[in-house]
Ligand binder design. Structure first.
Ligand SMILES: NC(=O)c1ccc[n+]([C@@H]2O[C@H](COP(=O)([O-])OP(=O)(O)OC[C@H]3O[C@@H](n4cnc5c(N)ncnc54)[C@H](OP(=O)(O)O)[C@@H]3O)[C@@H](O)[C@H]2O)c1
Length: 278
C-alpha cells in the first residue's frame, strides 16, 4: 500500500462553521469505471477531499472510491440544465441515489447561467436541502461577485465556497478578494492550468531553485494565497507528488514572480457570464 503524505493536513474553516480540507482531488475526465480505483488510490495517498459533478458522469464510481469513510469530504455539483427550485432538488436527489448516499459534504451550483434567471431559485433549493440534512454545506462555482450579491440580498444566505478557475495565468484577484471579504472560501479549479503550465519557464526556474516538481510549486502558490486547489491526475505517482505541495515553502520572491504571471488572456475555459445560458 502507498504511504500517505505525512504532514498536518491544511484545512479551511467555512462560514457555516465546518472544516474543509484545503487540498483536494479533482475527478473531471476520470471515467466512471475508473473513478473508484483512482479515488481509492488518492485517499490511500492522503487526500481528504474529492470533487465530482453530475456532468462528469462519474459520481457513482467516485462515491464507491470514497466508500464508507466519514473523514473524506465529498463535493458534487448541479448541472446547468437542472437549475430552478424543483429541478435542482430533483437533480440533487438523483445524484444522491447515483452515489448511494443519504448526504454529501458540499453541493455547488456548477455555473450561474445568468440569462436563465434561475440561479437564485436553485440556491433556495440548496438552502432547503441543507435544512433537510441532505447536504452539510452549500456553495457555488464560477459565480462572479454580482451573482453572489444577488444570492445574499435575496436569500440572506452566503455561499460557503466559490469554486472558480484560478491558476498563475488566470488569477482572478477581484473575485478572490470579494470571496474573502464575504467569508467565502475560494476553491481553485484547473489549479495547474489543466496541465498546460508545466513547461512555463518561470515556474520551472523556481522549481529548480527549490528542487521540487513544477506542479508542487504551482499548488503551493495556491495554498500560500489561502486558496483551496483540487488538482486532477490519473497517475498515482503524481497524486503523491502533487500532495507534497503541502511541504514545499515559497518565499516572498517566489510568490511575487508567480503573481506576475497573471495574463489577460489566461482563461482556459468558458466565460461565467455567458456559459450555459442557452
Ligand atoms: N467547477 C468547474 O467549473 C470546474 C471546471 C473544471 C474543473 N473542475 C474541477 O477541478 C479539477 C481540476 O481541474 P482540471 O482537471 O481541469 O485541471 P488541473 O488539475 O489543473 O490539471 C490536470 C491535468 O494536469 C495533469 N497533471 C496533473 N498533475 C501533474 C503533474 N504532477 N505533472 C504533470 N502533469 C500533471 C493531468 O494529467 P494526468 O491525469 O495524466 O496526470 C491533467 O491532464 C477537475 O478535475 C474538476 O474536479 C471544476
Amino acid at each position: 500500500m502507498p504511504q500517505p503524505v505525512q504532514t498536518a493536513f491544511p484545512t479551511a474553516i467555512l462560514n457555516d462553521g465546518r472544516e474543509m480540507p484545503q487540498f483536494g482531488f479533482g475527478t473531471y475526465c476520470i471515467a466512471n469505471d475508473q473513478a473508484e480505483e483512482a479515488v481509492a488510490q488518492a485517499i490511500a495517498r492522503g487526500y481528504r477531499l474529492v470533487d465530482t459533478a453530475a456532468i462528469y458522469e462519474n459520481e457513482e464510481g467516485v462515491s464507491k472510491g470514497v466508500g464508507s469513510r466519514h473523514d473524506i469530504f465529498l463535493t458534487t455539483k448541479i448541472w446547468n440544465d437542472r437549475q430552478g427550485y424543483d429541478e435542482a432538488k430533483a437533480a440533487f436527489r438523483e445524484a444522491l441515489a447515483r452515489m448511494g448516499r443519504d448526504e454529501v459534504d458540499l453541493a455547488l451550483i456548477h455555473w450561474p447561467c445568468p440569462d436563465k434567471g434561475l440561479f437564485v431559485d436553485t440556491w433556495r433549493a440548496l438552502i432547503d436541502l441543507r435544512e433537510d440534512g441532505r447536504v452539510k454545506s452549500i456553495g457555488v462555482s464560477n459565480f462572479m461577485p454580482e451573482h453572489i450579491t444577488r444570492l445574499i440580498d435575496e436569500t440572506g444566505v452566503t455561499p460557503a465556497v466559490n469554486q472558480i478557475q484560478v491558476h498563475p495565468m488566470w488569477q482572478q484577484r477581484e473575485v478572490r478578494a470579494f470571496n474573502r471579504d464575504h467569508g467565502i472560501v475560494t476553491q481553485s479549479w484547473s489549479p495547474l492550468g489543466s496541465g498546460q503550465l508545466m513547461k512555463h519557464r518561470v515556474l520551472n526556474e523556481i522549481a529548480e531553485e527549490l528542487d521540487a516538481p513544477v506542479a508542487s510549486v504551482i499548488l503551493r502558490w495556491h495554498l500560500q494565497h489561502g486558496l483551496a486547489p483540487i488538482p486532477k491526475t490519473s497517475t498515482p505517482e503524481r497524486m503523491t507528488s502533487n500532495l507534497d505541495a503541502i511541504n514545499v515553502v515559497l518565499n516572498r520572491d517566489h510568490m511575487a514572480r508567480i503573481d506576475a504571471l497573471d495574463h489577460p488572456q489566461g482563461r482556459l475555459f468558458a466565460d461565467p457570464y455567458t456559459f450555459g445560458n442557452d
